[in-house]
Design a protein around this ligand. Sequence first.
Ligand SMILES: [Zn+2]
Length: 409
Amino acid sequence: MTAPHIDRDRLWQSLMDMARIGATADGGSNRQALSQEDAQARALLLEWCAPLGLKLEQDAIGNMFLRRPGSDPAARAVAFGSHLDTVPTGGRFDGIVGVLSGLEVMRALHAAGMATRAPLELVNWTNEEGSRFRPAMMGSRVHAGDMGLEATLAITDDRGVSVAEALKQSGLAGPLAPSPRGWACWLEAHIEQGPVMEASNTDIGIVVGTMHARYFQITVTGEPSHVGPTTMDRRRDSLAATAEAILAVERIGRAAEPGGRASATWIENFPNARGAVPAITRLHADVRHDEAATAIEMEAALRQALAEIAAVRQVAIEVDHYTSFGPVAFDQTLANVLRRRAEARQFTIRDMIAAAGHDSVLVAQLCPSAMLFVPSVAGITHNPSEYSTPEQIARGAQVLLDAVLELAG
Ligand SMILES: [Zn+2]
């Protein structure tokens, strides 16, 4: 028996093969949750898992658990993975690195003919990105009991297709009732999605926690009227008021740097017709910060700014705070395992705070959890030019493998 080792080229080839599904002309990936592309990506993963003897268990929200038995049937599983879905302007690495690094761990163990004491589970979570169906981290939220299954199945995309219908059309609903699986621990490898590691020559980021983020849907209601006869002073224009709201969000984000961010990212306008003064505009915004208390202050500043805009422009503004994540402190003992394993390989390391949401935020409510980051070239993400080198990704997979071997025995 040889010691299991990460095959850099095999891992890279799998990443490139996966990127062909939903490939965009500019080199990115568009594989939104529960689409035909998502179904094809999952089928490819299953094809790769079949020769490894992994057994698929799938729950009703489509989360995939690929199980490798351990020598001790009573032992709780060591689980790891991430997500295969992307945003519409997605890259080839966000989420995919976590799933396929996990696959590479399974392949390495299989090639070495090595059994672990504890079972292993490779996980692909449904709809981590939340760009088609909000909120983000949907599959892990339902798994963790943060959202109910029935209410989640009724959520619709912009075309009115529900999660239930999309699961049915894509054939991705499994028979299991979503619930925690009694894991011993959870690990997720991910790209940094920021510039810090590259700038500081860091190989492996040890993610010690996440920011606190708060998400809002803002509905601005004015009054429909004709753009010709309606004089400027009589207008109650919901879109113009929303323009001010967008700038207020940006101001709040700038004032909160370096620890904070605020973004307005999505808009829907009614009647959205030439010739009609806009009457109802919906905006999606979020605020986030290292310090939870400061994120709450940012929300207060946003509500204050919106109240002022509403008063001046004579429109009604409703704010629906529909979800949050973090702050999460990941398990220190588990983070130390990653730290020691990276140091043993002579990789340079650095503690990191995740600014983006990840499925690990939800899993951390259930069992000891930790994340590792690999560098993102130029910090670019959710963009077709998102890139990490084969070597950077292989280092992350190596630390994942070494940690899994320590934890699973
Ligand atoms: Zn991700």
